[in-house]
Structure formats: C-alpha cells, structure tokens
Design a protein around this ligand. Sequence first.
Ligand code: ADP
Length: 235
Amino acid sequence: MSDIIFAAKALTKTYISGEMQVLALRGLDLKIYAGEVVVLLGPSGSGKSTLLNIMGGLDHATSGQLFFRNLDLTNLDDRGLTAYRRQHVGFVFQFYNLIPSLTAYENVALVTEISSDPMRPDEALALVGLETRMHHFPAQLSGGEQQRVAIARAIAKRPDVLLCDEPTGALDSKTGIRVIEALLSVNTQLGTTTLIITHNASIQDVADRVLFFADGQISRMHKNKARQAAAALSW
Ligand code: ADP
C-alpha cells in the first residue's frame, strides 16, 4: 500500500465578495501519495490555486476535511497553519521573489538559516544544476535560472511537499522544460511529494498523475503508468 500524504474529504471553499458567493471547491475528494508528482490542469477559475493554497496552509477550507498525514489542517488556526507550513511545505510561484541584492547562494541561505534540518545552500543549488552560478546575483541569471534558485530555496529546508503554482508561467517553453526537469530531479533525488499547476504540456507526460479540474471539482484523472513503473524500479 502506498503511503497517503494528503487526504481530502468533501472539501469545499466558498469565497464571499460583496453579495456574491463563489464556490471555488465543491466537495472535493482526493488522495495524494508520498513521493508522487501530480499535475493540476484545468481552465482558469476551476479551483486549482484554491486547492493548492489550502494544502499549503495559506488559506482555510470552508467545510470538509483535509488531512496532511494524521494532521487535520481544517482544524488548525492561523498559528497552527503557520507552523505546518514552516515545517512541511515548500512553495514555488510564477514569480521568483528573489532578493536582488543577494546572490543565489545568499537567497537560499536566508531560508536555511532559520530551518531546523536544512541542506547546505550549495547542495540545494547543485540539485537544480546551478552549482556554477551560486555567486551570481538574480540580474545576472536568466528567468529559468532564477526560477531554479527559487526551487533550491524552497527545497533547502527539506519539505515533505513542494507546491508549485504556474512555475513556468513566465518562461518560454524551452526554458520551462529545464525548470520542470529541475523539479523532477528533486523529486527523484529527495522523494519530495510535488504538486504542480502548469499549462506546460511536457510535464503532463512525466507526472505520475494528472488531475483535470472543472468547476471546483476533479472531473477526471490520468495515471501515467510508465512513470509509475519507472519510479517503482528506482526505489
Ligand atoms: P484556478 O487556479 O483554477 O485559476 P482559482 O482557485 O484561482 O482557480 O479560483 C477559483 C474561483 O474562486 C474563481 O472563480 C475565482 O475567481 C475565485 N476566487 C479565488 N480567490 C478568490 C478570492 N480571494 N476572493 C474571491 N474569489 C476568489
């Protein structure tokens, strides 16, 4: 039996803006297994970011349950969610949010200095293929390289899960592929459970599963048997 890392049961999220109610998640049931790479696909507004934000402890669900292992995230207050995020979650967003006056190494070191069991910044940067660019400033790096620094920063604290919201959204498709390769390499080497919202077609073929979202629900799921078989062999 695979190890379940997230289990959502009848999860809903309703946003209230003025008189309007938006049902962003409509009773979602989902299991995510440890070590998986899962891609979330679907039209804009279908609830992908809402789910990722709730899984990452950035937002509260409205009803239903979401377990991270044995921890019910829907029972935690803001303080509990902050502790959960710090300990377990790495985020990668479309924009890299690097500090321009710090080198790649120093940007990663900012995180490792406040984590309990971090890897060294140079180790994290080597995992994304940037060992020769460690002492460059963000302005001296391409967009794809900057995103790889952001990935190194996210994984340096050894999170259990890596949540990526449109990590290649600001990149051309060729550069985007390098970023996706970096994410897959981290997954293979560290076993970090990885969820990725992306429109980049190339990752759909290399993910373990693709979840298709429509109107706040998962409308269908595609399992990539080839990748699952390869992963089983490598363990
Ligand atoms: P996706 O990531 O698939 O584009 P989202 O999860 O961002 O979709 O949004 C789902 C729905 O929830 C959309 O209708 C969106 O407008 C709405 N929504 C998202 N965030 C908020 C918010 N903070 N306030 C009000 N409505 C929101």
